[in-house]
Design a protein around this ligand. Structure first.
Ligand code: I3P
Length: 126
């Protein structure tokens, strides 16, 4: 009980705003609808919130669950063919959810891509 965990999965690795569009849910295609999302990346998952102050509020609300992406076994790839926007990549989860993420700011989207890819590569595949 006195051991301090070095694998605290709740530690925030990265957070910030990106444009997000969920394009499939459980393998079923959805109509693309881009919206700004506050994204919180931890070792195992990403959480999507509407605003940066929501994660703190969510801790106070027992019933509140943000949209959540399990990164175990997930895939990440650049998908320029899936949008007229630049700098778009896709995350596909084991459960068949597909998310597009985008920013016009090159360094910002590259940082996100590498942070998420590193998280996926560190995790077991299922
Ligand atoms: C979609 C909307 C999206 C666009 C998408 C359109 O129209 O304009 O922004 O995606 O293109 O279908 P609607 O709002 O009527 O659903 P991009 O901005 O990523 O290009 P798509 O069908 O080629 O994906």
């Amino acid at each position: 009980a006195d051991i301090i965990s070095t694998q605290d999965h709740t530690v925030v690795e990265k957070e910030g705003y990106l444009l997000k569009a969920k394009i499939a849910d459980g393998g079923k295609k959805l109509r693309k609808n881009w919206s700004t999302s506050w994204i919180v990346l931890t070792a195992r998952k990403m959480e999507f919130y509407k605003e940066s102050k929501q994660p703190a509020l969510a801790n106070l609300k027992p019933g509140y669950k943000p949209e959540c992406v399990d990164l175990c076994g997930a895939q990440i790839e650049w998908t320029p063919e899936k949008s007229s926007r630049k700098n778009v990549f896709q995350i596909t989860t084991v459960s068949g959810n597909e998310f597009l993420l985008q920013s016009d700011i090159d360094f910002l989207i590259l940082d996100w891509f590498h942070a998420i890819k590193n998280a996926i590569d560190r995790l077991p595949k299922e």
